[in-house]
Structures are given as C-alpha cells and as structure tokens.
Design a protein around this ligand. Structure first.
Ligand SMILES: NC(=O)c1ccc[n+]([C@@H]2O[C@H](COP(=O)([O-])OP(=O)(O)OC[C@H]3O[C@@H](n4cnc5c(N)ncnc54)[C@H](OP(=O)(O)O)[C@@H]3O)[C@@H](O)[C@H]2O)c1
Length: 238
C-alpha cells in the first residue's frame, strides 16, 4: 500500500504543487475539495486524476476535516501518513480601514481557522498510526511580515505562531511538523506562464525535498527565491 498525503486546499496554486510533489515521490493523494467543479480544476492543473482520490468537505467548517478523518478511521477512505495544508483567503490590497467586519471574519475563517482545523483534526490520527516518518506541513507567506497587502498579511500572522506551536507539540512524536515560508509568487502552470511567475510544477520540489529528508523537522523552510526550491534552506524557529 503506497503512502498517502492528505492535502487540504489541494485545488489552489500551492495545493496543486503539493499534489504534484506527492505523486512525483510515488505517493498517492487524498484531496479535500469543496465540490466536483473544484475536483475537475485539480485534475486539469495536475494533468491527470491518477493517484488522486477526492473527497468533498467544507474545510472552513469545524467539522469538515474531522468528517474526512472519521471516514478514514472507519476504513471508507485510505489511511494517510502525511498532511499538507494551504487553504488561503483573498489575495487583495484592500487597505485596513476598508476591511469590513464580515470580510475580516471570512478571511480569518479561510486562513487561520481552516488551517487550524487541518492541524487539530488530523494530528492525533497521525500520532496514533505511529508511522516512523509522518509529516505535517503548512505553507505560509512573507506577506505576513511585509504587509504590502494588509488583508492577506494579517491573516497570515497567526499561522506563523500556529506552525511554531505545532512544531513544539510534535518535537518528540513520529510527526515532522514544518512550515514552508514562501517569499515570492507561485501560480498554477497555466497562470504562471501568463504572469511570468514560478509555477506549481516547479514549486513541487520543495515538498518533495521535505518528504525525502528526515532531518527537516520542527523547522521553517525559507524559500526566498526560485534558487531555494531545489536547494532547501531550513532552520528551527526556536
Ligand atoms: N501562491 C503563492 O504565491 C503563495 C505565496 C506565499 C504564501 N502562500 C500561502 O499559501 C496559501 C494558499 O495560497 P494559494 O495561492 O494556493 O491560494 P489559492 O490558489 O487561492 O487556493 C486556496 C485554496 O483554498 C481553498 N479555499 C479557499 N476558500 C475556501 C472556502 N471558503 N471553502 C473551501 N475551500 C476554500 C481553495 O479551494 P477552491 O479551489 O475550491 O476555491 C483552494 O484550494 C496562502 O493563503 C498563503 O498562506 C501562497
């Protein structure tokens, strides 16, 4: 039975890279999608549906990821040994003073809450399975420090803290928790070609590197330029 990677946010720019990395490394993917249209989008960007099992759930609800893990525990879905989470909110430059309460809450839900549920509701399962080299990985962005775009910046900030707390909680477990701190733009291949930015296919090598290197643990993997994709730079955050 090949290892499986549960990808949360699989249909986005970063999620497609995680799916490609999992497949490139001989693993299979369990991808949570919000509907079939998103599933089709995923297959299109990956170029195939082979090795990808999709499951519909609302990752922004506090029961979405849990319902998927419950189905895995019940044997209705394949066991997974790795989790990659990258649910994202709006990438827009609305100034702070113009962010409505509703918009703030929606983005905190899509960014902080969804990625928090992706940790809270999978980590115990990964620990219980006790696979010798499980991983749990989150992608964050330097926007959270640079704050050029206020809304994505303020929703990123808490993810840095969460990644550190998760790393501490797993210091002595079977799960290597890591944060990919991305400092430039990555988009699905089609969009990347149009906009002259790095593609999901290129960025996949970062996750492949994390999966294959047991020394990368409780760390921030800092991807500052495309040169860092194949030559990973990582350091413990504490
Ligand atoms: N792309 C970059 O260059 C970059 C750079 C630095 C950091 N990051 C980090 O990576 C995260 C993801 O970025 P991205 O570019 O991959 O974002 P994206 O392309 O917008 O993808 C976001 C993912 O979250 C899902 N999602 C968003 N809102 C949802 C909702 N209400 N219900 C269900 N699913 C929802 C999307 O599903 P659908 O496809 O169904 O909409 C998609 O899978 C960012 O938030 C940031 O933390 C990205």
């Amino acid at each position: 039975m090949p290892e499986h990677v549960l990808v949360i946010g699989a249909t986005g720019n970063i999620g497609v890279a995680a799916v490609k990395a999992a497949l490139n490394s001989g693993r299979q993917v369990l991808a949570i999608v919000r509907n079939q249209a998103s599933a089709e989008k995923l297959y299109k960007h990956v170029g195939s549906s082979e090795g990808i099992q999709v499951i519909e759930a609302d990752v922004t609800s506090d029961t979405g990821v849990k319902s998927v893990v419950d189905q895995v525990k019940a044997g209705k879905l394949p066991a997974f040994q790795h989790v990659y989470t990258c649910v994202g909110g709006e990438y827009t430059n609305v100034p702070l003073k113009s962010i409505t309460t509703e918009r703030l809450r929606k983005n905190m839900n899509m960014s902080l809450e969804a990625n928090f549920f992706a940790y809270r509701d999978t980590i115990e399962y990964l620990q219980e399975q006790n696979h010798p080299d499980s991983t749990w990985t989150i992608c964050t962005g330097s926007q959270g420090d640079m704050a050029i775009f206020a809304l994505p910046a303020i929703t990123q900030g808490p993810l840095f803290s969460m990644a550190t707390a998760a790393a501490r909680e797993n210091e002595k477990t079977n799960v290597r928790v890591n944060e990919v701190y991305l400092m430039f733009r990555v988009e699905v291949d089609e969009d990347a070609a149009q906009h002259g930015v790095t593609s999901s296919s290129e960025f996949a090598a970062v996750y492949e590197g994390i999966l294959s290197n047991p020394e990368i643990r409780s760390s921030r993997v800092r991807v500052a330029s495309p040169a860092d994709i194949k030559d990973l730079k990582w350091a413990k955050k504490y």
